[in-house]
Design a protein around this ligand. Sequence first.
Ligand code: 6CS
Length: 341
Amino acid sequence: MTLKKRLATAVAGALITSMVGFSSAAMAANWRYAHEEFEGDVQDVFAHKFKEYVEENSDNTVQIFRFGELGESDDIMEQTQMGILQFVNQSPGFTGSLIPEAQIFFIPYLLPVNDEDIIDFFKTSVAINEMFPELYAEQGLELLKMYPEGEMVVTADTPVRTPEEFRGKNIRTMTNPLLSETYRAFGATPTPLPWGEVYGGLQTNIIQGQENPIFWIQSGGLYEVSPNLIFTGHGQFTTALMANQDFYNNLSAEDQQLVQNATEYAFEYITEYVPGLSEEMLEKILESKPDVTVTRLTDEERQAFIERAPRVEERFIEMTGERGQALLEQFKADLEPYRSQ
Ligand code: 6CS
């Protein structure tokens, strides 16, 4: 048995044991919900708002598992598909290997980076709110909500202003193939790794950089080992809450509504919580390590990276075919109102 299978079996055993006594249909349920982050991070805030709504409006309870408690991102997805967990919050950064179309979020310079526009886009996008649920359903997942966590910022061992300065650097990416294409196009050597290996990889110089939103660079202490922050303006960190679809379909209409309401409640909270978070966390980083450098590319410097984006878009279409093409067209139509701003 592989280590992963042993972990899944052990987790299943532990969770089934914890369910004993809760099997009667008449009794309130305990729903297990795993996410990819730590206490107080954006996904954790979302999860606790979801829990708060469910517990205040029903007799059901929500048990939250944070990063590492049940394994890595791929493990919690597997456990949700198996029905061991009822809810999982996973970024397309990882889901992209399961649902290739979810990699659309990694086409560089496609999404707006300012907080207000990105939130408005997520609220109104037909591609996100109407097309994606069907794609997730094919994997046994009920897509409840997609939401942004903040602008992607690169950290590296030196400041970088040009694709040439990325040359020779191993830049860690989440494990979807399109993100590798992005960093290849940017001139770097993409190095896909699960989250648990990032801090150590930077510390030991196996990787020379990575990308993440500022709140995560602060909470994970990445700036300690990768102290040059580069605002390239190329993307947003996106994430998604899903439920095991069999579980969701078998809920009463009342409980399905409860889940939908809890999701909206958490989402509304997050749309107020995320704006301004990057600025606040950048201040914290600079207070605790004043020699951290902050590089913001000029329009001209950014242009050199923007020119490399079309080849990533082409790869996205090669990977996803006609369905990906249709999704991309809708995505671009949804993005139209934010283009000239
Ligand atoms: O880089 C990562 O792998 C992680 N980044 C964030 C912001 N959330 C979870 C994810 O695993």
